[in-house]
Design a protein around this ligand. Sequence first.
Ligand code: TPP
Length: 385
Amino acid sequence: MISADAFLGPLRDRGVDFFTGVPCSFLTPLINRVVGDPSLDYVAAASEGEAVAIASGAWLAGRETLVMFQNSGLGNAVNPLTSLNHPFNIPTLLVCTWRAGPGLSDEPQHELMGAITPQLFDVLRIPHRPFPTEDAAVAPALDQAVAWMGERHQPYAFIMEKGSVEDDGLAEISMPAPRGGPITDLTVGGDRPGRMAAMEAALGALPGSAAIIATTGKCGRELFTIDDRAQHLYQVGSMGCAAGMGLGVAMNTTNPVIVFDGDGAALMKLGTLATIGSRAPDNLVHLVLDNGTYDSTGGQPTTAPAVDFARAAQACGYAGAWRTDDLGGFTRCLSDALATPGPHLIHMKIAPGSMSGLGRPTVKPPEVARRFKAFLKPFLSSQDA
Ligand SMILES: Cc1ncc(C[n+]2csc(CCOP(=O)(O)OP(=O)(O)O)c2C)c(N)n1
């Protein structure tokens, strides 16, 4: 058994000071220590996959990251680990607890995952080793992990057994009360523009300093087709993770960070609204381009027609939210959102459909990530990051 500080000190010496995750009782001493240290960032994520997305955004904005979760949550993280970190070459440390680990009789819901946890990391091609339980083992373990991430630009996992870290009491944790701002309705009710027209209008209204993260599917493909720039990040996979990544970026930068989300993708990780509301980065603008369908996969209906995204954002603590359905209203919302402290959400109703023969980004994901990271450099909140 080691103290939390015996792990966190050497971790910080290696530059890792951005933490996110979802708790497990095995992680309690570590999370509480991180939460109680104002010099460290801990983002309480709504799901493990969201945590991976937030950490990826933070990495793009110059931070070195650690994501903690229970092995039950490894399943929730598989999608972004395979379709975000892997294709984009985005590293992070993972600490995954091992419920139903060796010699541990545990609850029925942990049995199967406990039996396959290391193998699941093998299948994911994520190298792993036991979480160090002796002081002298911490530095070599971290050196090995950091060396792997430096060479391969991929995640590295520590698997933590029960009782690895001493419990030294609960830290004082205070969550800000949601401050949900006003909703402005600019709905007109006429013919709606398509996604591409909405994105073109947005690009015309955004300053050159804006970083843009586009959700998976035709959204990113259309953005690439309209214009391919260093400040665009096309999420080719990790559906639902654009807003989480946007949060990770916005927390660490001063420029406007714009998320082009889809209704289906936003619904897939609706909990991210709460995480964004609680962290409240004032430079984040979340655009939900709502065509009421999974347009990219053939136009199947989503449940969005029953959802009021502006009210959801307000309830989660966004500083402002708008509803609109025409280009004039959309650009007005956007300039209001950019002129006042966020986070803001704009629920833009659009028509389904896309141009025929739509291409795909020809710039490969690792390059997209690295030029995006370079673009952010002048805007980092901490200039030494
Ligand atoms: C986790 C996951 N599930 C399903 C898919 C398949 N998929 C790709 S794009 C897409 C539709 C996204 O819908 P929406 O966010 O509403 O955007 P739209 O296509 O309408 O612009 C789906 C279901 C995926 N890539 N990842």
